[in-house]
Ligand binder design. Structure first.
Ligand SMILES: [Cu+2]
Length: 401
């Protein structure tokens, strides 16, 4: 019965079964003895109580036998724990972020989801952390319960062997929305999983790799920061001042300008920067550049609205904000744009109009203005890209009308 399989589920179940089995055997044994003694030593048969002195063999037996049983319990429990802690080398890695009151799963190609999609028959390594308070990742089907702690990484692994959906819960009380901190592990056939993983994220992931491998990222940031070269996030469509043949002129960046900048950087220099960018003529193909451009966010924005909805769902906004006017723990998104709201800033209370800037600020710096009557519990979403914030804003605007 005790299998040598490396799947911890079986080992843990075996440890539990063993402990329950032993407990029942002892219960039966003691019950039997009690009844036997009641009858055997009843008063009518034994009117004179006897004084029985110690029995060494008996005493050794009832010390040693339980000791051996407890050692077995320890051994099975320990080997289960060892299986849980020893991650197979070919495990597929997913980063898990817990926060009030949702889960976020991040894949190595940059894809994010609020459900944990995994391929069947492949070990999955979870690296977990929390963005606010302590939560606990609980997946009963895989016998995993592990705390997520802010500022610290914990890990767990499991191997799904059957296609299907399995529950994820939070097992550490973490505030008002704790009971809603639910998600699913969705186990898919390998090929379907790969298709899911690539969907949307494919070129973006390739572009990101290229951007890093060609060293672009050592001079160009994608988060707005100014390095040796300009920030390239959302470069397509941006207005820049360049110097061409000693003359200053304003242009709007398009694909052609982008490609020229990479192949012949010395032709046009962005104002305020030095001409240190190397030429990539003959080193990088147009196809690769296109992927980089896609990664930088120049293309594929046609689904703005639904994109914003996807991000809101993925980031867990809906665990605190409704879209139908009802109250969860935050104000509803319905009719938010241009709504007049009373907000607290420090100690003072003022009335403001929720314009676009205010909404963006509320997402980036939620504790700056607290809507009157609500608690200061909304996390900051500074980690989202400018594009994602814009998508969120568009979505909130779209349901405001
Ligand atoms: Cu929680």
């Amino acid at each position: 019965m005790y299998s040598l399989s490396f799947n911890p589920v079986e080992k843990i179940d075996f440890a539990f079964l063993f402990i329950i089995g032993v407990s029942f055997a002892i219960l039966a044994f003691i019950t039997f003895l009690m009844i036997y003694f009641l009858i055997r030593y009843r008063r009518s048969k034994n009117p004179e109580p006897a004084q029985i002195e110690g029995n060494t063999i008996l005493e050794i037996t009832w010390t040693v036998v339980p000791l051996i049983i407890v050692f077995f319990m320890f051994y099975f429990g320990w080997s289960g724990l060892k299986a849980l802690r020893n991650v197979p080398e070919d495990a597929f890695k997913v980063t898990v972020k817990a926060r009030m009151w949702s889960w976020l799963f991040e894949y190595e190609n940059g894809k994010k989801s609020n459900k944990l999609y995994v391929p069947v028959n492949r070990p999955v390594l979870l690296e977990l952390t929390s963005e606010d308070v302590i939560h606990s990742f609980y997946a009963p089907a895989f016998r995993i319960k592990i705390d997520t702690v802010p500022g610290m990484k914990t890990y767990a692994w499991f191997k799904p062997e059957k296609i299907g959906e399995y529950d994820i819960l939070c097992a550490e009380y973490c505030g008002r929305g704790h009971a809603n901190m639910l998600s699913k592990i969705i186990v898919k056939p390998e090929n379907q999983f790969v298709a899911w993983l690539k969907e949307g994220g494919k070129h973006v992931a390739e572009g990101k790799n290229l951007f890093e491998n060609y060293g672009c990222s050592s001079c160009h940031s994608v988060n707005g920061e100014k390095l040796e070269g300009p920030n390239l996030r959302d470069i397509i469509g941006r207005e820049t001042t360049i110097i061409r043949k000693g003359k200053e002129l304003k242009i709007v960046v398009d694909d052609n300008y982008f490609k020229e900048s990479v192949f012949f950087p010395e032709k046009e220099i962005v104002k305020g920067y030095n001409a240190i960018m190397p030429s990539y003529d003959g080193q990088i193909s147009e196809e690769e550049l296109e992927k980089i451009i896609e990664y930088l966010g120049g293309e594929g924005n046609e689904k703005e609205e639904s994109k914003g909805y996807e991000i809101a769902e993925r980031e867990g906004c809906f665990s605190c904000h409704s879209t139908d006017g009802s109250l969860i723990v935050g104000p509803t998104f319905k009719g938010l744009l241009n709504r007049t709201t009373k907000v607290k800033s420090g100690k003072s209370l003022k009335t403001i109009k929720a314009d676009e800037d205010y909404i963006v600020d509320s997402i980036l710096e939620p504790s700056e203005y607290i809507v009157d009557g609500f608690d200061n519990i909304m996390p900051s979403y500074k980690n989202l890209s400018d594009e994602e914030i814009k998508n969120l804003l568009d979505y909130i605007k779209s349901i405001s009308e």
